[in-house]
Design a protein around this ligand. Structure first.
Ligand code: ADP
Ligand code: ZN
Ligand code: ZN
Length: 676
């Protein structure tokens, strides 16, 4: 007599583990699961522990024997199940960026939904403002044309690149598009690079649409608020979601529009864990969901610009351009180049710049002195023996922070008290090497003792609160001279600011990274855009030893298209992105030899299978060759065909995972790397 074993329903679950596979469980007898349960979270045993996972399939045939299957402990139905569109997006993300699916899926959820204990949270509506919202302005011709173009294309998928000079009113275009989406009963997703730096956008959206249940999603939110907001988005209560890169994954049942503001910003790229580009995923999402997407910037990434190039219908993106400032009479600032070989600087400041600041002080206007390097000085040194303050754990110098009386590593966070004497020879006369924002602030304070100075960088404006307070002080005219890093460059109107001085932009001009000019141009253009936003016209002074450099000349003409065309033709000749597709394999280990040997082995194991259209560079130490006591190496892989690269990578990753790896070696693969 044979006894029939009960056959259980098998559930396939994604778990947050660094493994490229899913996990099968069986339903308990009292759990009637069906395909309608796909997308719910479950609690399951794994090893000795329990984890939260996501049901990706029900009723599948498992490779495991029925007796080997462990049971699902609990199905969590406190949230809406994750929808199909979310599955398609996370699957695409995992396959494109070569990341384990479970890791991608779980990483997109708010922490509370990943940890145990399901949360039942209330959706709290944003308080409605007492203030009557300002009436929307009459659109400029450029804004109207941009809007009309989008409207004429209809509600389906179209990708637009909205290129508008600073102050041209891109935000107003976003607002009108959002309005249309809301009126059509759809939700809008707005992605911004760093929410801390763009409180004005959030405020403007909230003011214009007080009843849209606007929620924001970013990593600074407390966990409870984040899952509350996420839930409001999933349930459709929130009609507008404003968030940073992770928000691209938020399920939105009635998505009708995606906007990516400052699309060129590298913050859209996740730099650890799953290294995805939220901007690129947003484009996938728009196409998949058949909705329009608008990428906006005054200085688009060259990738996006190339996609929009032509604008004769052949480009993948449609170009919308706003060439004039929106406010009546507001002109772009006059850019003056100061040749510091002729106009010698003292303490880093040239005569013309000092004079210009003095004039602003006399007129009661604000000046901004831009230096993209925080701290007092980038290093400390001993003139007697040549000692320089290096970080013991990194291939980098310790930065002098005089206010905190410490030397500090900006890469690993190491801090040490300011030495009274040279650690190497005992000399007591140590010097600060070079200049950072703190030192510049002190120099300016000595020069202009009557002026009120305000320094804005990550040290003075690290938190959202500090930043908001600094912004308030700037707006209320409590500062005459601002000293700041690129933090100050992002999306702010300072109506009384009429002068911007860039004191040391040259360093980035000849950097090893071929993307450096693109970043420098964007930074200078953005910071220059702060000058003269209202009726007062502004002036930008650039101190340089290379006054004829094409980058500065393009800047002087506010000529982004000219700059982009020159850069793209260089890149085409050199075979760099966007004319090639790249992936970077990086390894770190206590010894450089191990990291390089691993990379070489990875390269060798692919030699047999690598297609002809694929090329490998050499395995080399990274530019920052040691960080936090780990030696770092990298191996670049490149192909003119994205598909060839993708197919290759999928095989390659499994080959790499099969390699024998020294115990303390860590590696990762990054697709479309930004830092080289
Ligand atoms: P951008 O984002 O392109 O730098 P903003 O959207 O911040 O520019 O607009 C710059 C300024 O112009 C803001 O003060 C905004 O209120 C104003 N503005 C925008 N559109 C108009 C318009 N059509 N008429 C008048 N002012 C406008
Ligand atoms: Zn010394
Ligand atoms: Zn360090």
């Amino acid at each position: 007599m044979s006894v029939r074993q009960p056959v259980h329903c098998v559930v396939r679950v994604a778990l947050d583990l660094p493994l490229r596979r899913l996990f099968d469980y069986r339903c308990a007898d009292d759990q009637q699961l069906s395909s309608a349960d796909v997308g719910y979270r479950v609690r399951v045993p794994i090893g000795q522990r329990q984890r939260i996972g996501i049901i990706v399939a029900v009723g599948v045939a498992s490779d495991l024997a029925d007796a080997e299957l462990r049971p699902v402990l609990e199905v969590l139905r406190d949230q809406h199940p994750l929808p199909d569109a979310w599955f398609r997006l996370t699957r695409f993300c995992a396959s494109y960026y070569q990341a384990p699916l479970g890791q991608v899926m779980l990483a997109t959820l708010p922490g509370r939904l990943r940890a145990l204990a399901a949360s039942r949270t209330l959706v709290r509506r944003r308080p409605v403002h007492d203030r009557a919202p300002a009436p929307p302005p009459t659109l400029t011709t450029g804004q109207q044309m941009a809007l009309d173009t989008v409207i004429a294309d209809g509600a389906g998928f179209h990708a637009y690149l909205l290129h508008g000079v600073t102050g041209s009113g891109k935000t107003e275009v976003y607002l009108r598009l959002i309005e249309r989406a809301l009126t059509a009963g759809r939700q809008a997703l707005v992605l911004v690079p760093e929410i801390n730096l763009t409180p004005q956008l959030e405020a403007r959206v909230a003011e214009r649409f007080p009843d849209a249940g606007l929620v924001s999603l970013h990593s600074d939110l407390a966990e409870a608020a984040r899952s509350r907001n996420w839930q409001a988005a999933c349930s459709g209560t929130a009609r507008i979601v404003l968030g940073t890169r992770l928000a691209v994954f938020t399920p939105l049942p009635e998505l009708g529009l995606i906007i990516v503001d400052e699309e060129h910003d590298s913050s859209f790229k996740q730099q650890d864990g799953v290294r995805y580009s939220a901007r690129d995923l947003a484009v996938f999402r728009a196409r998949d969901g058949d909705v329009p997407i608008v990428l906006g910037s005054a200085t688009p990434s060259l990738e996006s610009w190339a996609n929009a190039a032509g604008n004769d219908g052949r480009g993948r993106y449609r170009l919308l351009s706003l060439q004039q400032r929106a406010v009546e009479g507001a002109r772009l600032p006059l850019v003056r180049i100061i040749d510091t070989r002729v106009e010698k600087t003292q303490d880093g400041l040239s005569g013309p710049l000092l004079l210009a600041i003095e004039q602003r002080l006399g007129r009661g206007e604000q000046s901004l002195v831009f230096l993209n390097r925080r701290g007092y000085a980038p290093a400390m040194s001993c003139p007697a023996c040549g000692w320089v303050s290096g970080c013991r754990r990194c291939a980098a110098n310790l930065v002098l922070h005089l206010a905190d009386r410490c030397l500090c590593c900006h890469h690993c966070g190491y801090q040490t008290r300011l030495p009274r004497q040279c650690p190497s020879c005992g000399n007591q006369d140590l010097r600060a090497l070079g200049r950072g924002t703190q030192r510049l602030e002190m120099i300016l304070a000595e020069r202009f003792p009557q002026a009120r100075l305000l320094r804005v960088d990550r040290d003075s404006a690290g938190s959202r609160k500090q930043w908001a307070e600094l912004l308030r002080r700037i707006h209320e005219g409590e500062a005459d001279i601002l000293v700041g890093t690129q933090m100050l460059a992002k999306g702010h109107d300072f109506p009384n600011l009429t002068l911007v001085g860039a004191v040391a932009p040259d360093a980035a001009l000849f950097a090893a990274d071929w993307r450096a000019p693109e970043r420098l141009f964007a930074q200078l253009m953005q910071v220059a855009g702060r000058a003269g936003r209202a009726e007062r016209s502004g002036e930008v002074l650039l101190q340089t030893e290379f006054p004829d450099h094409p980058l500065y000349q393009a800047l002087r003409r506010h000529d982004y298209p000219g700059f982009a065309a020159a850069q793209l033709s260089e890149r085409r000749q050199a075979g760099f992105p966007p004319y090639a597709y790249q992936a970077m394999l990086r390894a770190e280990a206590p010894r450089m030899a191990d990291a390089i040997a691993f990379l070489a082995a990875a390269r060798d194991c692919a030699a047999a299978t690598a297609p002809a259209e694929l090329s490998f560079y050499d395995a080399v130490p990274m530019r920052l060759s040691r960080r936090a006591s780990m030696e770092r190496g990298q191996l670049l892989v490149e192909s003119p065909s994205r598909r060839v690269l993708q197919t290759f990578l999928t095989d390659w990753v499994t080959q790499i995972e099969a390699l024998r790896v020294p115990s303390r070696l860590r590696w990762h693969l990054e697709v479309d790397p930004l830092d080289l």
